[in-house]
Design a protein around this ligand. Structure first.
Ligand SMILES: [Zn+2]
Ligand SMILES: [Zn+2]
Length: 483
């Protein structure tokens, strides 16, 4: 069948579903009335027609690129139309974004390398390019342009050491050509990301020196940037090296596994955790954020002396008594008072008396700070976040003072403190939850807005801890050491 006949066939199939008398502006309304089957057929027919159009477009783009090389100078096709590069012209012609236009150019170029289908190849004909199979697969429409590009990008160009003879170069081209064919076969069964990833792994296998060099280059590019945008959003961007990426990815995947359709759970405790996590109202991105921050914080606490010297890597806040806002000592960034409340629980405070112009008259001693010994006591008693259903271990927790902070309150008593993970501690201070306790009784959580104690939740100790402290009975005989 000719290409023209194929286009006509596909257009006819599409019109057959749509009907011949629908006006352009009525297409959406008309489609809304189609049956399920017709809607599916229409989407299929449209995709088939688009593949034809894409083939034509990519071929044209390839020719444009070939006629717009740097060597062509001002007489190049793109250049003569006022564009610096073929990508720029393609962007204008197709309305595509820059990355998409560049992709079209790459695919178009590889299409041009498909050898002419001549039966008798003369001796002078150069061997087909290693990526000929990619262009051929596109022509046969067994694979889409996006998939081809993923393979091309992943595989890169065959690598030959400088000064190697032709046989080495040919062997490399053969190896890359074989890999391309294998990846084309793979393309039908994997996602685009997997295809790209597989192509990269194959390249690393074919070119181990290059793999190592790229690994080191990625390591060199590692970075964390933090900034505040014009709208006051606090932003960060991370560029990982390979190992860091694996660590971060593993951390995230382990924590979110139940949500990401991971393997089934073998023990019941784990499957319960899975149910909890599925019901958690936080988004995956929020959970990942909370996890990373918890780990960062745990790390800064552990290494406080070694890494940061005497001044802990913390943020010191300034709050005027009874002011609803607070601000950072460094940078004077304003923050809600609830953040300051939470900080007071965690890090204590130093009262400073000032005159009307802010001149300090007296700097008091740090107060209301749980000492490291008291924190050990809290960890021992609570074993981790005491919020109902939360599993965060003690090392990830902050100590919350259940008595509201005021300028003259001051008792730092572990009976009045409770461990909460950062997320739940924040939730408490920002959303009006309260925790109370009568003497040494159970801690009781009060829902927001409940001042009379109608909607309360008793925060129970972790069961293993209950056993640990209550158990004066001898253990069953079989658990006793022999003798
Ligand atoms: Zn608190
Ligand atoms: Zn918690």
């Amino acid at each position: 069948m000719t290409f023209a006949a194929e286009i006509t066939d596909r257009a006819t199939a599409l019109v057959a579903v749509l009907g011949t008398d629908v006006e352009t502006q009525d297409v959406a309304n008309h489609v809304a009335l189609l049956s399920d089957t017709d809607a599916v057929t229409l989407a299929e027919a449209a995709a088939a027609l688009m593949r034809c159009a894409e083939l034509a477009q990519v071929a044209a783009v390839g020719v444009i690129a070939a006629r717009s090389t740097r060597d062509a100078g001002h007489s190049g096709l793109a250049q003569s139309r006022g564009h610096r590069t073929a990508v720029s012209l393609v962007q204008e012609l197709t309305g595509a974004g820059k990355a998409d236009a560049a992709r079209k150019v790459r695919v178009g170029e590889s299409l041009l390398r498909v050898p002419e289908p001549i039966a008798e190849t003369s001796v002078d004909t150069p061997p087909p390019a290693w990526d000929a199979a990619l262009g051929a697969a596109l022509l046969e429409q067994t694979i889409t342009a996006v998939q081809i590009d993923a393979i091309r990008q992943g595989l890169g160009e065959p690598v030959v050491a400088e000064g190697a003879d032709t046989s080495v170069a040919e062997a490399a081209a053969d190896a890359w050509a074989l890999a391309a064919e294998q990846l084309i076969a793979e393309a039908a069964t994997v996602t685009l990301d997997e295809l790209r990833q597989t192509a990269r792994s194959v390249r690393d296998r074919l070119d181990p020196d290059g793999a190592h060099r790229r690994f080191l280059e990625r390591f060199e590019r590692r970075s964390v940037r933090l900034w505040m945008d014009a709208d006051g959003n606090r932003r960060g961007s991370l560029l990982f090296d390979d190992e860091g990426w694996l660590l971060a990815q593993t951390m995230r995947d382990n924590a979110l596994r139940p949500r990401m359709g991971g393997p089934r759970f073998i023990d019941s405790a784990e499957s319960e955790r899975a149910v909890d996590l599925t019901a958690d109202e936080r988004t995956n991105d929020q959970l990942t954020y909370d996890l990373f921050l918890d780990v960062l914080r745990a790390g800064t606490l552990a290494d406080a002396e070694a890494v940061f010297g005497t001044r802990q890597a913390g943020v010191r806040l300034v709050r005027v008594v009874d002011d609803v806002m607070a601000h950072t000592e460094d940078g004077l960034v304003t923050l809600p008072g609830a953040v300051a409340d939470q900080h007071v629980c965690e890090s204590g405070y130093a009262p400073v008396t000032v005159d009307g112009r802010g001149n300090p008259l007296d700097v008091g001693r740090e107060q209301r700070l749980f000492t490291p010994r008291q924190r050990i006591g809290l960890a021992l008693r609570d074993g981790g976040c005491m919020w109902r259903g939360c599993e965060r271990p003690a090392s990830y927790c902050e100590a919350h003072h259940i008595d509201e902070w005021s300028a003259d309150s001051g008792r730092t008593d572990i009976d009045r403190g409770i461990l909460l993970c950062r997320f739940h501690h924040m939730n408490l201070h920002h959303h009006g939850w309260r925790i109370t306790r009568d003497a040494k009784g159970d801690f009781v959580l009060h829902q927001p807005g409940d001042n009379v104690g109608e909607t309360t939740i008793v925060l129970r100790k972790r069961l293993p801890l209950t056993y640990a402290w209550a158990g004066n009975d001898p253990p069953p005989r079989r658990f006793r050491p022999a003798g």
